[in-house]
Design a binder for this molecule. Structure first.
Ligand code: MRU
Length: 355
């Protein structure tokens, strides 16, 4: 698997996810502005990957100030503002910016050089900690899967959406390693096709048996017993357990409940937003109508039609069987369970197999 993102000390190299699976190419970001544009335009996407990219965007602002002699405080304030405005829904973006601000505040009056070193080190730590979290939730999640799992996943919550390994796909990878996966069904995930272009690509690369379906086929396959569990990622999980994830997630949860199929959500604690009471309180990104009006660059709807394009939806926790994170599995009563998992220690250096 090519790396989702790498930092060479001067620039952030992002695997351009708009081009996959046809082209494997990298976009190079040297400034916070370029990083924010890459996040907004989906060069890099997926909640944890957005967070890590934004962290490097802040480090790049310090690097530029170091070279130009610009006032570092102002440079970092601007970078935070620009990066925070890139996408509104995935809380990992704001969480990562908070981590970077904490490092900055711990070094009052420091030079641009000192701040660049500290901020780059913090961004690298966020990146490697995210991989460790994914591996840990992979182990916790795989233990919930039945033998012979025929699992449906939606959007892309894989190595591409994280610093590596993936959340929902991390659970699938760990379950596959344990011999529990019979087949994965990947929803194509209209309108941007993260399932078809990205999830199917990752799973085929890993030689995990995978069937691609269009979003509207999931209910039929469930009704025929062809799917026996669902696992998805999340962009935000709020205090009452509501899950904000890619548009279409809610419909799948309703279908899973109707067919008595377990519905799991895998996400690191950087996706938890326990200060927000319910899913109704979260800003849902509305994206460009052209994503709906076109398919593969070809117009598929008449000029003049109105379009809605919410990128995410809210799944009430009542439809969720369990939430899996790096410190364990949360079930009802969910508010208490989420607080308990946040309070548990997590050592990213420990191998998940022995944790
Ligand atoms: O619009 P995207 O592609 O950034 O949306 C991504 C998702 O909805 C993922 O399911 C979520 O971020 C979890 S990624 C581990």
């Amino acid at each position: 698997m090519p790396e989702t993102l790498t930092f060479d000390g001067d620039a952030l190299h992002l695997l351009d996810q708009r081009a996959l699976p046809v082209d494997v190419r990298y976009e190079v970001c040297r400034t916070p502005e370029e990083t924010a544009r890459a996040i907004k335009s989906l060069v890099v996407r997926g909640a944890p990957a957005i967070g890590v990219a934004a962290a490097y965007g802040v480090a790049l602002a310090a690097r530029r100030a170091m070279e130009s002699g610009a006032a570092i405080d102002l440079a970092l304030t601007d970078a935070h503002r620009i990066l925070a405005a890139s996408r509104p829904t995935a809380v990992n973006l704001f969480w990562a910016l908070d981590q970077m601000r904490r490092v900055q505040r711990s070094l009052p009056g420091a030079s641009s050089e000192t701040l660049f070193d500290a901020l780059a080190a913090e961004a690298r730590k966020l990146q490697s900690d995210d991989v460790a979290s994914c591996r840990s939730m992979g182990e916790f999640g795989a233990s919930l899967f039945p033998a012979g799992a025929r699992v449906l996943t939606h959007c892309n919550a894989g190595a591409l959406a994280t610093a590596g390994y993936g959340t929902a796909l991390g659970v699938i990878r760990s379950a596959h390693r344990q011999g529990k996966i019979d087949r994965v069904f990947a929803d194509e995930t209209r309108p941007v096709l993260q399932g078809a272009r990205l999830t199917a690509w990752e799973l085929v690369n890993d030689q995990i048996p995978t069937t691609l379906i269009t979003d509207s086929m999931a209910g039929f396959l469930m009704s025929r017993g062809e799917i026996n569990c669902v696992v998805v990622g999340a962009d935000r999980i709020v205090a009452n357990g509501d899950v904000i994830n890619k548009i279409g997630t809610y419909s799948l949860a309703v279908l899973a409940r109707e067919h008595r199929i377990p519905f799991y959500v895998a996400a690191p604690r950087s996706t938890f937003d326990l200060a927000t009471p319910t899913g109704k309180d979260v800003t849902i990104e509305e994206r460009d109508p052209m994503e709906v009006l076109e398919f593969g660059g070809i117009r598929v709807a008449p000029v003049g039609v109105d379009v809605r394009n919410p990128a995410f939806d809210v799944t009430p926790f009542a439809l969720v069987t369990a939430i899996i994170c790096e410190t364990g599995v949360a079930q009802a009563p969910i508010a208490e369970a989420l607080i308990r998992l946040v309070a548990l220690p997590f050592d990213p250096a420990l191998d998940p197999a022995v944790r």
